[in-house]
Design a protein around this ligand. Structure first.
Ligand SMILES: Nc1ncnc2c1ncn2[C@@H]1O[C@H](COP(=O)(O)OP(=O)(O)O)[C@@H](O)[C@H]1O
Ligand SMILES: [Mg+2]
Length: 138
């Protein structure tokens, strides 16, 4: 995880309450970085979807939330990490409407569209790490 900074906050994702806490922490960081309300909503939504997937499909895990700075731009980086079953077919999982668990199948694709950067590291039996980044527009 190259751009994961040392001072990232680590939050457990083991329960619905943890997802609520994650949403609050992400909102606070976005506010303190001066993100617009619409960008706050986008990234809290993306974070919420990914956190729910970590819980539901990954068997729980953790989120890392950290401020970023690059070329004078500031942003927020979020990683969702689990040691669950992994995703066999990433392209299929990203497709709108695909769900293996009776959901709406919009979480992964939606999170990708709402973020500036989106990266999945996953393999069957090896768990899943999804990282998103949102940069503050000038
Ligand atoms: N952390 C994860 N570990 C394993 N599989 C996952 C994970 N996140 C997503 N998936 C797979 O990707 C599919 C699509 O996810 P998503 O778009 O959020 O839809 P939904 O949550 O409604 O099923 C899930 O149904 C699941 O099969
Ligand atoms: Mg989902």
């Amino acid at each position: 995880m190259s751009s994961q900074d040392a001072e990232a906050i680590v939050l457990p994702l083991r329960s619905d309450e943890d997802v609520v806490r994650l949403r609050q922490a992400v909102r606070e960081q976005l506010v303190s970085l001066g993100f617009s309300l619409i960008d706050q909503t986008k990234i809290v939504t993306a974070a919420s979807e990914l956190a729910r997937n970590t819980l539901r499909y990954g068997g729980g895990g953790e989120a890392h939330v950290g401020k970023l700075e690059s070329n004078g731009r500031r942003g927020l980086g979020l990683s969702f990490i689990d040691q669950g079953p992994g995703i066999e077919n990433v392209e299929l999982a990203l497709a709108d409407g695909y769900t293996s668990g009776g959901g709406l199948g919009l979480g992964l694709g939606g999170a990708k569209r709402l973020s500036d950067e989106f990266d999945i590291q996953t393999a069957p039996g090896k768990g899943t790490t999804i990282r998103i980044v949102k940069w503050k527009s000038f």
